[in-house]
Design a protein around this ligand. Structure first.
Ligand SMILES: *[C@@H]1O[C@H](CO)[C@@H](O)[C@H](O)[C@H]1NC(C)=O
Ligand SMILES: *[C@@H]1O[C@H](CO)[C@@H](O)[C@H](O)[C@H]1NC(C)=O
Length: 384
C-alpha cells in the first residue's frame, strides 16, 4: 500500500496543470501583419454601450506603411481610431491627433477612449494622459448593430487602412471611466484587472472570427503569468499531497494501533489494562512461585522422611536428638522398676515372664521405629 502511494505521489507531480491553457489565453496578444486581408470583423451586441462606454487597451505599432492604419472601426466612422491619431472619429465627426501619437515603433502603449451621455464628452488618453476631449451632439447615442472591426475599416479588406502591429487586452466597458480609472489601467500592462459587467472583453475579441493571418502571439505577460500560474498549480498540488500524506500517516497510525492490540492479545492481557495492573499481576505470580518453591521443598523433605524412615521432627530442627540421649541414659533394666518386679522377689516365673514378654516385644519391634510413645506403650503393657 505504501509503495502504491509513493508511486501516485511521484506521478501526480509530473502531470501538467489542467485548465492552464484556457485561463492563460487572455494573456495572448493579436498580431496584425499589415496586409488588407488580415483583420477582425464581427457584430457584437453593442446596445449595453449606447449610453456610456470606455474602450481601452494596449497597442504596439510595428510599421507605418498604411495611409490610414486603423486600430478600431465601429460602423465606419461611428467610432474610429487610428494607430497614428490621423483620424479620430465619434458619431461621424473626426479630428486629427497625430501630433500626440509620438510613441516609437515596437513599443507598447496604453490607449483609452471614454464617453458618457451625461457628460457628452468624448475623451482620449495615451499612457493615462488625456490627449483630447470634445463634446458630442446632444441626443446622440452609440448606435447598436453595426460592424465592429479591428485592423481595418468598415467590413474590412480595404487597402491602405490595414494595421501593422499588435493589440492586447482591449475591452469595451459600459461605463465612462474617470481620469483616475484610466490612469490605473495604464499603469501595468500585465495586470488585467477585474471583469466588468456589459463588457465586450478581450476574450470575446480573441474568440471572434479572423480574416487573413491575424494570429495570437505571446506577450511578456504570458511568460510571467505562466510562471505564476505554474507555481500556483504546483502549490495546490503540494497541498493536495499533504492531505494525502496525512491520510497515509493516519493509516499507519491505525496499523500501529492494530499491532499494539494484537500484541496485547498475544500477551493475554485485555485492552484497557494499564501497566500497573500488569505489574501487580506479575508480582502476585512471583509470590505464588515462591510459595510453590517452599511447598515443593517441604514435600521433598516429607518424601525423604517417608522413604528413609528417618526419625526427624519437621517442626523442630534439634528435636530429633533429645529422645536418643534420654534413651541412652535409661536401660532395659528400667523394666525392673515396674510394679511386677520392684521390691519383690525375682522368681523363675518372673524370669520366664520377662523373657517371653521381651521375645514377644522384640519380635514385634522388627521394622518399627522406636519412639517415646512405643516405649511408653511397652512399659504400660509390661506393667499389666
Ligand atoms: C473574411 O472572412 C470571411 C469568412 O472566411 C469571408 O466570408 C470574407 O469574405 C472575408 N473578408 C475579406 C474582405 O476577405
Ligand atoms: C490502573 O489500574 C489500576 C488497577 O486496575 C487502577 O487502580 C488505576 O487507577 C489504573 N490507572 C490508570 C492510569 O488507568
Amino acid at each position: 500500500m505504501l509503495t502504491l502511494c509513493l508511486v501516485t505521489l511521484t506521478f501526480s507531480f509530473l502531470t501538467p496543470p489542467l485548465q492552464a491553457a484556457d485561463t492563460l489565453r487572455k494573456y495572448k496578444a493579436l498580431n496584425f501583419p499589415g496586409d488588407s486581408e488580415s483583420f477582425i470583423t464581427f457584430r457584437p451586441d453593442m446596445s449595453p454601450f449606447s449610453e456610456d462606454f470606455s474602450f481601452c487597451g494596449w497597442l504596439r505599432k510595428d510599421g507605418s506603411s498604411a495611409s490610414w492604419p486603423i486600430l478600431l472601426s465601429y460602423g465606419g466612422n461611428e467610432l474610429r481610431m487610428q494607430d497614428d491619431g490621423g483620424h479620430s472619429c465619434i458619431y461621424g465627426v473626426c479630428t486629427r491627433l497625430a501630433s500626440k501619437f509620438t510613441v516609437s515603433l515596437g513599443r507598447w502603449f496604453h490607449y483609452c477612449a471614454t464617453w458618457g451621455s451625461g457628460s457628452r464628452m468624448f475623451r482620449e488618453y495615451l499612457e493615462g494622459e488625456m490627449i483630447a476631449s470634445r463634446a458630442t451632439t446632444e441626443g446622440r447615442y452609440l448606435q447598436p448593430g453595426l460592424f465592429f472591426t479591428l485592423g481595418n475599416w468598415g467590413e474590412g479588406g480595404l487597402e491602405s487602412l490595414q494595421l501593422e502591429g499588435q493589440l492586447f487586452n482591449f475591452n469595451f466597458v459600459a461605463r465612462e471611466f474617470s481620469r483616475e480609472e484610466v490612469e490605473e489601467r495604464a499603469g501595468e500592462m500585465c495586470e488585467l484587472g477585474e471583469e466588468e459587467v456589459y463588457r465586450l472583453s478581450w476574450m470575446d475579441i480573441l474568440g471572434a472570427q479572423r480574416n487573413g493571418t491575424v494570429s495570437e502571439v505571446d506577450t511578456e505577460c504570458l511568460k510571467r503569468e505562466e510562471v505564476v500560474s505554474r507555481m500556483d498549480g504546483a502549490r495546490r498540488r503540494v497541498e493536495q499531497e499533504e492531505v494525502k500524506l496525512d491520510r497515509v500517516r493516519k493509516q499507519l497510525d491505525n496499523i500501529l494501533e492494530g499491532v499494539e492490540r494484537d500484541t496485547r492479545k498475544i500477551l493475554g492481557t485485555e485492552e484497557g489494562q494499564n501497566i500497573s495492573t500488569q505489574v501487580e499481576l506479575s508480582s502476585n505470580l512471583n509470590k505464588k512461585r515462591r510459595e510453590l518453591t517452599r511447598l515443593t521443598s517441604l514435600l521433598n523433605q516429607v518424601a525423604e522422611i517417608l522413604q528413609g524412615g528417618e526419625k526427624r521432627d519437621l517442626s523442630s530442627e534439634d528435636g530429633g536428638t533429645s529422645y536418643s540421649e534420654r534413651d541412652r541414659a535409661a536401660s532395659k533394666w528400667d523394666i525392673l522398676y515396674s510394679n511386677s518386679y520392684f521390691n519383690k522377689e525375682f522368681t523363675r516365673q518372673h524370669s520366664d515372664q520377662l523373657r517371653s514378654s521381651w521375645d514377644k516385644v522384640c519380635d514385634k519391634l522388627v521394622g518399627v521405629t522406636i519412639t517415646r510413645e512405643l516405649i511408653e506403650l511397652m512399659k504400660s503393657l509390661d506393667s499389666n
